[in-house]
Design a protein around this ligand. Structure first.
Ligand SMILES: Nc1ncnc2c1ncn2[C@@H]1O[C@H](COP(=O)(O)OP(=O)(O)OP(=O)(O)O)[C@@H](O)[C@H]1O
Length: 351
């Protein structure tokens, strides 16, 4: 099946600096992609190229079967939402939301109805007459969203739309946003540098580092397997070892799972059991060889839905485990045996 949005080998230079280096990705209709990356990674540039606000130095773009590059920005059928809402301050809510419809020559009566529908969709029914300078940050973003949804774009691009809001409001709006996009079956690319937001909002998450697309997968897939050392480090994964820093005992346990870039030992795959010398003979049989790795609990912290347990092994190596609240948490200073569930060792590539 052909993709709805096809981005192929996009390159962009700014002066002597390669901002985007052969970025390729594709989206199906109705899919939400979150674009995650550090500041300066090229996220906004990619969005600007999709919107037609910048022209690439190489590559191709195709949306709904149409070659996008020759099409003027306002004819691409693409909606944009920015971090600062960018509302027209001299117009009220209704006129802001109706703006694109007016430009497209939609009749006044149809405009009014569409504005009403869009305001209902974003939870601002009855706010048509309000001045935009009196609105809260969250309300401004809802108006901006209604304005970009009103002309029924084929693709919606959102550049850190929640970046200026406080944490609680941000989480609530992110939930609302996802359900609005899904309700409208909209295809969207959402830029953020907030990992939690990227993982909770996107059907798939793409990681852009130094202008290169380093990974693209479902949130679950990416979290289970970040693929490369650079992505694992960017995602802030603990227990990441390069081939040089991986101790021999783990090299043996990891078996073939040590890639050229190293290995990630997934914290949720580390089980804590009785320390090897304290185990009874029947546990020895059940526990298998993995419990032979012994560690001491250095710290235990509560994270709302799990405990994070920092462990120190005999040779000074540190590991972090993630324990569900359903298990009794170990006490600090207590020696424990470690068990590694299947799939805990993930090979990382170098690139
Ligand atoms: N018009 C321009 N002229 C010169 N350099 C530019 C221009 N636009 C972008 N850049 C450079 O390209 C790189 C990527 O910028 P971009 O804004 O795309 O990154 P980003 O991932 O969106 O970052 P942020 O999260 O901070 O917005 C940066 O080093 C930036 O300085």
């Amino acid at each position: 099946m052909n993709a709805f949005l096809q981005v192929e080998h996009i390159e962009k230079w700014h002066d002597c600096f390669k901002t985007l280096d052969g970025v390729s990705l594709s989206l199906q209709k109705g899919e939400i992609l979150t674009l995650l990356g550090p500041s300066g990674g090229g996220k906004t540039t990619l969005l600007r190229i999709l919107a037609g606000l910048e022209y690439p130095d190489g590559g191709d773009l195709c949306l709904d079967g149409e070659d996008l590059l020759p099409v003027a920005p306002h004819e691409r059928g693409i909606g944009l939402v920015f971090q600062d809402a960018a509302l027209f301050p001299h117009l009220n809510v209704e006129a802001n939301v109706a703006f694109g419809l007016r430009m497209a020559g939609v009749r006044k009566r149809d405009r009014r109805q569409r504005v009403r529908d869009m305001l209902a969709l974003v939870g601002l029914s009855g706010m048509e007459g309000r001045r935009v300078d009196g609105l809260s940050g969250g309300e401004r973003q809802r108006v901006a969203l209604a304005r970009s949804l009103a002309p029924a774009p084929k693709l919606l691009l959102l550049d850190e739309p929640l970046g200026a809001l406080d944490r609680n409001l941000r989480e609530r709006l992110a939930r609302d946003l996802r359900s609005i996009l899904k309700q409208q079956a909209l295809t969207a690319v959402f830029v953020t540098h907030d990992q939690e937001e990227a993982f909770s909002l996107g059907d798939r998450v793409a990681v852009l580092l130094d202008g290169r697309l380093k990974a693209m997968d479902t949130p679950e897939g990416l979290s289970a397997n970040p693929c490369s050392l650079a992505v694992a480090r960017f995602l802030g994964e603990t227990n990441v070892f390069t081939p040089e820093t991986l101790p021999d005992k783990f090299r043996k346990l990891a078996g073939g799972y040590c890639g050229k870039g190293g290995v990630l030992i997934r914290p949720e795959g580390i089980g804590l059991g009785p320390c090897p010398e304290k185990r009874k003979p029947q546990e020895e049989k059940r526990g298998g060889r993995d419990f032979h790795v012994q560690a001491v609990v250095k710290e235990r912290r509560f994270f709302g839905t799990f405990f994070r347990v920092d462990l120190e092994l005999a040779d000074g190596l540190c590991l972090t485990a993630r324990m569900p609240l359903s298990l009794p948490p170990p006490h600090v200073g207590v020696p424990v045996g470690l068990h590694f569930a299947p799939g805990t060792f993930v090979a990382l590539s170098e690139a």
